[in-house]
Design a protein around this ligand. Structure first.
Ligand SMILES: Cc1cc2nc3c(=O)[nH]c(=O)nc-3n(C[C@H](O)[C@H](O)[C@H](O)COP(=O)(O)OP(=O)(O)OC[C@H]3O[C@@H](n4cnc5c(N)ncnc54)[C@H](O)[C@@H]3O)c2cc1C
Length: 429
């Protein structure tokens, strides 16, 4: 694709946020292009269709909170198969053994109590860590593992207020063929320039000037959707530099880590039924969870999160897989290994285009999402999951943030057109 010379808006990043922003702007008649550093579309929501016999979402996979999720509404209209079966998230294998039904129920009851406690802590004036807000008791440690996997940050460093801000509704759906593939289909008409990393954003003059190895582009406005990992690492130079308020917001919103290990079993293996989950840990800080039978496939997915996920990623390729396989053996016995056909793992921290999985707020940092979302100089707009106060860390939050940034630009243009119409007419004759 030849980069266009006259653009109204440049969008940086072809994840859910950038794609939805560009789609809204194009529908309103704006000339726009998405510049993407990677060689694929989707960012942190991408479906791997080649490694396993079934699609594997390497990043986002669930349409969380389906009743209030705008992408779930879109999927209902366009997708032939949605997996809506309630996912209990109850640990069937925990604390080293298979749980009887009454204990699964006890864990679910603890989860309900836990969210009441987090919401109560969030309603207080000050902030607590998520861990301090959690009720004590037998299930606290197992629940802390699931919280860390949800937030991509450990419960002792994440903000209870931010956790309580998250908008939840019962229902986690999946799209047949993968969420990444669905997001790509939904935005198939959006023009994307791949392999085009932005290295510099100059907003010192009129409009914005963007530098890439493929040339410099100019436009009236810019929408920036890269992760807080990328922004915080200073990969992109800003002229003038980002203001102190934005830099402080980035410090309060580090990009956490959640990695997945995907394991394919031979079809004969009947060790677990669909939707069963196992919590495996070797200490309170070293843990993984395993989820079996996605979409009636023979795939299981292991999740590692927080500091432990970072430590495993630093150990090198295969370390997270080895840990999850130890969890499998512990849960189902050593014979399970002979049923494994293929494994693979993600390494989102080492990915230079994400530098992590998704943002969490540190203690006292819940308000930073609003600060990060504020436009700069009326022409640089911020989108991406981290900028959403109630739907951060999700694909639908990213999608909503792109629409919000597009609407901000549309409203500026509408005001500008109205001013021009109402300006006094001069008689030149
Ligand atoms: C393991 C994992 C599991 C998850 N599970 C779920 C889930 O089940 N449900 C859910 O809703 N969410 C989930 N998420 C979160 C969800 O995937 C993200 O919140 C969402 O995809 C983020 O979208 P985004 O558009 O904000 O950012 P991104 O997808 O990161 O898009 C930003 C884009 O910018 C590009 N970029 C970076 N630097 C540059 C540069 N210098 N120049 C140009 N382009 C650049 C990147 O390559 C990327 O494509 C998960 C994430 C991970 C990693």
């Amino acid at each position: 694709m030849v980069l266009p010379a006259n653009l109204d808006v440049i969008v940086i990043g072809a994840g859910a946020a950038g794609l939805s922003a560009a789609q809204s702007l194009r529908q309103a008649g704006f000339e726009t292009v998405v510049l993407e550093a990677a060689d694929y579309i989707g960012g942190r929501c991408v479906t791997d269709t080649t490694t396993f016999s079934a699609p594997f979402d390497r990043g986002g996979s669930w349409l969380h909170s389906a009743p209030i999720n705008p992408l779930a509404r879109q999927a209902e209209q366009t997708e032939t198969q949605l997996h809506k079966k309630p996912w209990s998230w109850a640990w069937v294998h925990a604390l080293g053994h298979t749980l009887p039904e009454d204990q699964v129920q006890a864990y679910q009851n603890y989860q309900d109590e836990l969210w009441l406690a987090i919401n109560a802590a969030g309603a207080q004036a000050g902030d607590l860590t998520t861990q301090s807000a959690m009720p004590t008791g037998r299930w606290a440690q197992t629940a802390m593992h699931s919280i860390s996997q949800m937030l991509a940050g450990d419960a002792d460093v994440t903000s209870a207020k931010d956790s309580s801000n998250y908008a939840q509704a019962k229902g986690d759906w999946m799209v047949e063929g993968g969420l990444g593939a669905f997001i790509k289909r939904l935005h198939k008409d959006v023009p994307v320039q791949l392999n085009c990393p932005v290295t510099r954003i100059d907003y010192s003059g009129v409009g914005v000037k963007v530098t890439t190895p493929q040339g410099t582009l100019q436009a009236d406005h810019l929408i920036l959707t890269v992760s807080t990992g990328v922004l915080g690492a200073g990969v992109i130079e800003f002229v003038p530099a980002l203001p102190a308020s934005k830099r402080a917001a980035l410090e309060q919103l580090p990009n956490g880590l959640l990695n997945k290990v995907c394991i394919e079993f031979d079809p004969e293996w009947r060790g677990a039924v669909q939707g069963q989950t196992a919590d495996y840990h070797t200490s309170k800080d070293e843990f993984c969870s395993l989820l079996f039978g996605l979409f009636d496939t023979n795939l299981a997915v292991g999740f590692v999160a927080g500091r432990f996920a970072d430590a495993l990623e630093r150990q090198g390729a295969g370390a997270a897989t080895d840990y999850c396989l130890a969890g499998l053996r512990e849960t189902f016995g050593n014979s399970v290994e002979k049923h494994i056909l293929c494994t693979d793992e993600t390494a989102w921290r080492s990915n230079p285009n994400t530098i992590g999985s998704y943002s969490y707020a540190t203690l006292g940092g819940a308000g930073a999402r609003k600060t990060l979302a504020e436009p700069l100089a009326g022409r640089v707009f911020f989108a991406g999951e981290a900028t959403m106060t109630h739907t951060y860390s999700t694909v639908h939050g990213a999608y909503q943030s792109g629409k919000r940034a597009a609407d901000q630009i549309l409203s500026i243009q509408t005001q500008f057109a109205a001013k021009a119409r109402n300006a006094p007419q001069h008689d030149c004759g």
